[in-house]
Design a binder for this molecule. Structure first.
Ligand SMILES: *Cc1c(COP(=O)(O)O)cnc(C)c1O
Length: 370
């Protein structure tokens, strides 16, 4: 049975998908290695050590790419966060709190919940920028001694705000609390150096930002935490407990690997992507569709607010689905059905010509219904 995907030739501005479109190499690999456990043909017991296909070399190249000491494959960013929280909580049972920013992804909260940890939140500035006040970390970290971990969302998946991670890492270092960066929306899109930022851990999402089918992700960490994260089984030699012996054992990992050359090149063009996002935001604002979050913006993921579109939705027959339907008619995919007042989109790797079509669509839709 074959299912066709209806939006496959559309202009895609879905924030979940702009960074995860497969490269041609990844598509080929997907077919060739799609059979279950084909990745294990020549495995000698550890995923990161497989040399055919060259996973071992890939893992080594990732260390250079991310400027960190260790890497493990996971099934996603969230699984990486859980591994860090769970393993640290076992090591330091007296420390009960995870400090998260107010823009944290729900999976950060669930990871903490699953690991039996409590949460302390650092508020954001609220409407319209929703910026995380990084100076607040100093206060919180100095105020208590039972903080296990700080998780900073870099950037967050709602507004695309990029907080000053280096500043947070300074406070963490001073109080000797480890810092985990959630890079689901950054690693694979923009340059990230763990050493430069001074983070102890980072997680990445292959199916969000690394041109991979997923589910697959990365957990990167410093040597200092190797014993905790990569704890060896007492019973099964060579197997790491937190990863249940093996993690992303299949074709998702191979699509990640096949796209890596492309990903290495595209992060070098990050400045151009930011420039394009800012241009798009300015054009939207000319139509009174306001960009919330940091301004000028530093990321391709943007959150918009539109009274005009909301107002139309209250009057027309299709109601709040009118925008989705109008965009679909123009073969534009990515704004969630039913949203009009607030919606997010991403301009990442979308050609400027296509973005012009998107802008014209908004213009037409507004003038048709006004
Ligand atoms: C998408 C997203 C995630 C989830 O990533 P998975 O790899 O699917 O677990 C986590 N955090 C942020 C900020 C995200 O945007």
């Amino acid at each position: 049975m074959f299912f066709e995907r209806s939006v496959k030739d559309y202009i895609n501005i879905d924030p979940l998908q702009t960074g995860s479109k497969l490269t041609d190499d990844a598509k080929k690999v997907l077919l060739e290695w799609g059979d279950g456990y084909s990745i294990c043909d020549y495995c000698t017991g550890k995923l990161e050590e497989i040399s055919k296909p060259p996973i071992k070399r890939f893992a080594e190249e990732l260390l250079e790419f991310l400027d960190c000491d260790c890497v493990r494959f996971t099934t996603g960013a969230r699984e990486g966060k859980f591994v860090v929280m769970h393993s640290l909580s076992r090591e330091y049972p007296d420390k009960k709190y995870v400090v998260v920013d107010a823009n944290a992804h729900y999976s950060t909260i669930l990871s903490a919940e699953r690991a039996g940890l409590k949460i302390l939140k650092v508020e954001n500035s609220g409407y319209p920028e929703y910026k995380v006040n990084v100076e607040k970390y100093k206060e919180i970290l100095e105020s208590r001694s039972d903080i296990l971990l700080v998780v900073l969302t870099y950037p967050d998946g709602n507004y695309g705000n990029l907080p000053d991670a280096k500043r947070v890492s300074e406070f963490c270092k001073r109080e000797e609390v480890p810092l985990l960066l959630n890079c689901a929306y950054s690693i694979g899109r923009m340059p990230v150096s763990l050493r430069d930022i001074g983070a102890d851990f980072a997680v990445a999402s292959g199916h969000k930002s690394m041109a991979s089918s997923g589910p697959v992700g990365l957990l990167c960490f410093s040597d200092e935490y190797k014993k905790v994260i990569a704890k060896q089984s007492k019973y099964k030699k060579g197997k790491e407990v937190e990863f249940l012996g093996c993690s992303a054992r299949g074709v998702p990992l191979l699509t990640l690997m096949a796209s890596f050359d492309h990903v290495k090149e595209r992060v070098k063009k990050w400045e151009k992507e930011v420039e394009k996002a800012r241009w798009f935001s300015e054009e939207m604002e000319k139509m009174e569709i306001r960009q919330l979050g940091e301004k000028p913006h530093n990321h391709d993921l943007m959150f918009f607010e539109s009274e005009v579109l909301y107002d139309i939705s209250t009057r027309v027959k299709k109601g709040r689905y009118f925008l989705y339907k109008e965009l679909k008619k123009r073969r534009i995919h990515g704004i969630k059905p039913g949203l009009t007042k607030n919606f997010k989109l991403s301009t990442y790797l979308v050609p400027k010509e296509d973005l012009k079509i998107v802008l014209e669509a908004f213009e037409e839709i507004i003038s048709t219904y006004s």
